[in-house]
Design a protein around this ligand. Sequence first.
Ligand code: NAP
Length: 261
Amino acid sequence: MDMGIKGRKAIVCAASKGLGKGCAMALAEEGVDLVINARTKAELEATAEEIRKKHGVKVTPIAVDVTTDAGRKQVLAACPEPDIIVNNAGGPPPGDFRDWDRDAWIKAIDANMLTPIEFIKASVDGMMKRGFGRIVNITSSSVKAPIDILGLSNGARSGLTGFVAGLARQSRLASRNVTINNLLPGIFDTDRVTATLKGQAAKTGKSIEELKEARKATVPARRYGTLEEFGEVCAFLCSAQASYLTGQNILLDGGAYPGTY
Ligand code: NAP
């Protein structure tokens, strides 16, 4: 299916690897020009080159911390009139809520709530004027089914979800073909997940493979999600066809969420 977004311009945050890269790749496959960012310059530039070579689109890498004002300014300077924004950043660390002080909470809220809101604020009026806009926020299945040790993530991402639920439904956005949706990953095969498994292996004495198999067994699909399938759903949410789809939380979890709704 041609998604009708060839020649559009997208900002994809936190995209040198993992889910962000999956989204960047899928948008590039549709002919979208990209501004991608991450903090590690060499890795980001290598990803930019990989995307250019594979899909022949324009890719501008901006090596910044996207959770800072200065970082976001640089990204927006490289793409002042984005048609598409994929909001993403690293997730907060796990732990016990008794150990989290105000700084830990502010950091989580900055990364996983306020940074996406700042990008929305900077771009939505232009999108409305131009009559096309697609914003996708990468959040987490923890928004629907909280994960006890990820309280910082549960809290900060739920704040973003509540904000988006109200904004996306404003008729001045929806009637001008500007949509905002959230993509909620369950378990995907990324470096972040491997790092978590390494930590668990060190603690429990079990092998990474053993832990991975045990985790897979909790997913009805009996596997981890792939970056490609995550990216393809993101590209669909950004497509011309998805103009009537807004304010939704799309769970991509291989059937792991146990509820009816
Ligand atoms: P990943 O494989 O570790 O990739 C993270 C990407 O984000 C890298 O490109 C990283 O590059 C970049 N990044 C991190 N912090 C950044 C910052 N402050 N500014 C700019 N770029 C930054 O992680 P992932 O698994 O794709 O996860 C992406 C998001 O989805 C996270 O918030 C995670 O919590 C959430 N999530 C993931 C899963 C999963 O199964 N993978 C499930 C639920 C939720 P640099 O380090 O070089 O900046």
